[in-house]
Write a new protein. Structure first.
Length: 373
């Protein structure tokens, strides 16, 4: 959960300062940021110091941003907070002008933009314009989809032309019967068609992006289809096939784990006490309020995506400005009492990373095509 690891950064310092390049991984996918100007490089080191100093008012500006294009979804996945707890939020699409304001203020500092939170990003009709606008500032852009929003030929072409670096597509089964047990309301054939169309247009244009990551969330009911899903990904020609552990809200108790935790321990997010599905407690250090800026579709800046009730909002970027919200008095007050994950805040009790075995929710990656990051 650190902002960066020194062992990853030290060998790259000269390349960063002299050539403006930096390699990193996010959710086990490899990336190479290019054309990094001095201001962004200096900010990168300043922001990195936050993990050692933990100041209430952070040094520098955000290096990573998580921005929510839409806070609702077209599916009804049983464990997703979008279709349960977060229903209390009013439906919202992030306006394009608000997003442009965000990029205008933060673009000179960001290395990575994650375009999703609790909703389905492709429900926002301006998503592709957002991607293209962020790419004009040299930001690595990554988004995700359940693949069930139909994309016509013009939309597919615009997506490929946008410069999007990578796209996660959720495929949690190779049969409709298994797939829809979790992706309720979804159609597997539509997902596969969208993937095929993106790859076809990408190939016709002679491009290598967006790199497609077919991601399989491993659960008890679908783990037997992992080998077939891997084979499907290879046959379709996607770039990566990854396996992810399943999110299970801790407040719901061990019945969720009993129902959804896969049999193979390497695909599990948690260790359990013997003969039970009670999670073993593990040390947990969280630097999320310093590590990345999180912006909801409503424009609220929050300390973490799990603050879906806006109980600890830093401010709204519309009237306040993004960087002012990031360093607002409300944000300082929050960081001052934040205890690196050992909090009684509702957002921390709801965190599915707490007590997890690994730092990353992605546990395995298969490289299927030799594409450059």
């Amino acid at each position: 959960m650190k902002i960066f690891n020194l062992s990853d950064v030290l060998p790259q310092i000269l390349g960063l300062l002299l050539r403006g390049q930096f390699k990193f991984e996010f959710e086990m996918l490899p990336y190479r940021a290019r054309n990094i100007r001095l201001r962004k490089a200096v900010n990168f080191f300043l922001a990195g110091l936050n993990q050692y100093l933990l100041p209430a008012r952070p040094l520098g500006y955000p290096v990573i941003a998580q921005v929510e294009p839409a806070n609702y979804c077209n599916l009804n996945c049983p464990l997703c907070l979008t279709t349960s707890i977060t229903k209390s939020r009013s439906r919202a699409l992030l306006p394009l002008e608000t997003f442009k304001q965000f990029i205008d203020e933060c673009g000179d500092y960001l290395l990575l933009l994650i375009l999703w939170d609790w909703g389905e990003p492709f429900l926002n009709p301006d998503l592709i314009k957002m991607i293209a606008y962020a790419k004009t500032r040299g930001i690595v852009v990554h988004t995700s989809t359940n693949g069930n929003v139909p994309l016509d030929e013009a939309q597919v072409e615009a997506l490929v032309d946008s410069g999007l670096d990578s796209l996660v597509v959720a495929v949690d089964g190779v049969s409709q019967e298994i797939y829809e047990k979790y992706r309720q309301g979804g159609r597997l054939d539509r997902v596969i068609l969208n993937i095929q169309n993106i790859l076809r247009v990408r190939s016709a244009k002679g491009l290598t992006t967006p790199r497609i990551n077919m991601r399989f969330v491993v659960m008890r009911h679908n783990e037997a289809e992992v080998p077939e899903a891997h084979d499907l990904a290879r046959r379709m020609g996607v770039d990566f096939f990854t396996l992810k552990t399943v999110d299970m809200h801790p407040d719901e108790g061990c019945e969720l784990d009993k129902t959804y935790a896969p049999g193979k321990t390497r695909y599990r997010r948690y260790d359990y006490n013997k003969d039970t599905f009670t999670r073993k407690e593990r040390p947990f250090v969280c630097m999320r309020p310093w590590k990345r800026i999180t912006v909801e579709a409503s424009g609220e800046v929050i300390g973490c995506e799990y603050d879906y009730k806006n109980e600890h909002s830093f401010g709204n970027i519309g009237p306040m400005g993004t960087l002012n919200a990031w360093k607002s008095k409300a944000s300082e007050d929050f960081r001052r009492v934040f205890n690196l994950g050992h909090n009684d805040f509702d957002m921390c009790r709801s965190c599915t990373y707490k007590n997890s075995i690994a730092d990353d929710c992605t546990v395995e990656r298969f490289d299927l095509k030799p594409t450059k990051p």
